[in-house]
Design a protein around this ligand. Structure first.
Ligand code: PHE
Length: 495
């Protein structure tokens, strides 16, 4: 290694150390004109190359706390009591009136400990009326003009430091590190070679090439092994990144993204999906209902009559329906959507030209108790395909999607949703745990859902959990991590 391998900061430091012998980082900063951070960084590099040695001495530093500052100004509570008692003995009752609440006990306690007070029955008096300066008062006075190193204190005050430290925020103990830097033999040798700093070129610029100033100069090499402080770059939240990745996948499969409101009506969230009005999922324990605004605008009467018909007796769908009286009021209740299927059915109602391939990724809300597994707010990945399609196409899309996410092994299990038939649950195999994990539901919309909207083709539909997928991807055990804003964790995630 020659000195031209070194960064100009390192060269400057070597040069200054050669002159000074050994020095503190502060004095190196003064002599080199480098700021203290640059000095510390440079010293770090030099020491990792074995060119300097840094000796560290830890010093205890004492300074006044907030209460200590007040005591310097107003005197210790026991000093104030002693002043009062100098005028003559007092009864406890009198003292309780004269001394601020909460201070009397402290003041008497310390006067006793300092052997300055006599208590006979109810009477409190001073042992002697010449109460000179106590050592702890002297200590506070010394600290009033600035922090002191513990090692610099006179021996007789050391015990009093302990006593004062026991009192709340009177003293603060800090640690100071003193560093002494010196050259190692290898550093000395190299320092000989450093003549003047600024002659080597670290970066070749167009200007240097144009006016040929590079001629005759030395070029500094890149030190790819040099230690540098970790750079924390801005990045997007892992969930946002996953959402973008998933959008890309669906778009590449020919899907279009749709959006829908988070504040929904019972109608779109449940009724339009043939969820009966007495279904447990609609209860207050499961769904967040809104107070303000309490009612939503409903679609036109004709459409509602179709949906009501499907619920009550099947209407024109060929079904016998649920067999109850459908209520418009319940349909008008506002709520936070419990699934993105509300957005899907809203879109279907627009009756676009077939085939339809759309997806959405959005927030949904359910009254869940917060735990490592559940949050009352999470995301779903939702989509539909409408056209000349079959159940097999549904399985194909899901397989394709999870394969793009890196899950090759998936399986389907029969399930039940009020709005699909057949219905299924998707599970992926998680290698690391050797377990199947359920990630979402899917199915083909029932005629009771589609016919009221005039849709006669099969609608393949799915709603998948985003957070669980993200947890598998990031190897997380606790779903709450996504919402904890733990900056260290967020920084540590690889891009
Ligand atoms: N909405 C269902 C859920 O939240 C998922 C689903 C969507 C099931 C579409 C079938 C069809 O669990």
């Amino acid at each position: 290694m020659s000195s031209t391998h070194l960064h100009p900061i390192e060269q400057k430091l070597l040069l200054n150390l050669k002159k000074a012998g050994s020095a503190s980082p502060q004095s190196l900063s003064r002599s080199s004109g480098l700021d203290i951070n640059a000095v510390m960084r440079g010293l770090d590099w030099l020491s990792s190359k074995g060119l300097v040695e840094i000796e560290e001495r830890h010093e205890e530093l004492l300074r006044l706390g907030r209460e200590g500052e007040r005591y310097v100004r107003d005197g210790l509570p026991e000093r104030r009591l002693a002043e009062l008692l100098r005028e003559g003995e007092r009864s406890m009752g009198e003292l309780q009136r004269l001394v601020p609440a909460g201070e009397l006990g402290i003041a008497i306690g310390w006067l006793k400990r300092k052997g300055a007070v006599r208590i006979e029955g109810d009477k409190v008096s001073l042992v002697s009326d010449a109460v000179e300066e106590w050592p702890d008062e002297r200590l506070l006075k010394m600290l009033a003009s600035g922090a002191l190193k513990s090692s610099q204190l006179p021996a007789e005050l050391k015990g009093w430091v302990k006593a004062l430290l026991r009192r709340k925020d009177v003293l603060r103990l800090e640690e100071e590190v003193e560093r002494k830097v010196s050259l190692t033999p290898k550093g000395c040798e190299l320092a000989e070679g450093v003549l003047e700093v600024g002659e080597s070129i670290g970066q070749l610029t167009p200007e240097l090439l144009k006016d040929e100033r590079w001629r005759g100069k030395e070029f500094r090499r890149y030190d790819v092994l040099g230690e540098v402080a970790p750079a924390t770059v801005a990045k997007r939240h892992p969930l946002t990144r996953l959402i973008d990745e998933i959008s890309e996948i669906f778009i590449s499969l020919g899907f279009r993204e749709i959006e829908g409101p988070i504040v929904e009506s019972g109608f779109w969230n449940f009724d339009a999906l043939f969820v009966p009005q007495d279904h447990p999922a609609r209860e207050m324990q499961d769904t967040f209902y809104l107070v303000e605004p309490g009612t939503a605008r409903l679609p036109d009467e004709r459409l509602m009559a179709e949906v009501a018909g499907a619920h009550e007796n099947g209407g024109a769908t060929g079904s016998i329906g649920w067999g109850y009286r459908w209520s418009k009021e319940l349909a008008a209740h506002t709520l936070l959507r419990t699934h993105t299927t509300a957005t899907t059915i809203r879109h279907l109602a627009k009756k676009e030209r077939l085939p339809i391939k759309v997806f959405s990724i959005g927030r949904v809300f359910r009254k869940e108790r917060i735990s490592f597994k559940h949050l009352p707010e999470f995301h779903q990945i939702e989509g539909i395909v409408v056209g000349d399609v079959s159940f097999r196409n549904l399985l194909g899309v899901l397989k394709e999607f999870y394969a793009s996410m890196g899950f090759e092994q998936i399986r389907f299990r029969p399930a039940y949703f009020p709005y699909t038939e057949p219905s299924l649950e998707v599970e992926v195999f998680f290698e690391k745990k050797g377990r199947w994990i359920e990630l979402g539901g899917a199915g083909i919309f029932r005629p009771e859902v589609t016919l009221p909207f005039g849709i006669e083709h099969p609608v393949l539909a799915w709603g998948l959990g985003l957070e669980r997928l993200a947890m598998l991807r990031l190897d997380l055990e606790d779903i709450r991590a996504f919402y904890r804003s733990d900056i260290e964790w967020l920084r540590s995630l690889p891009l």
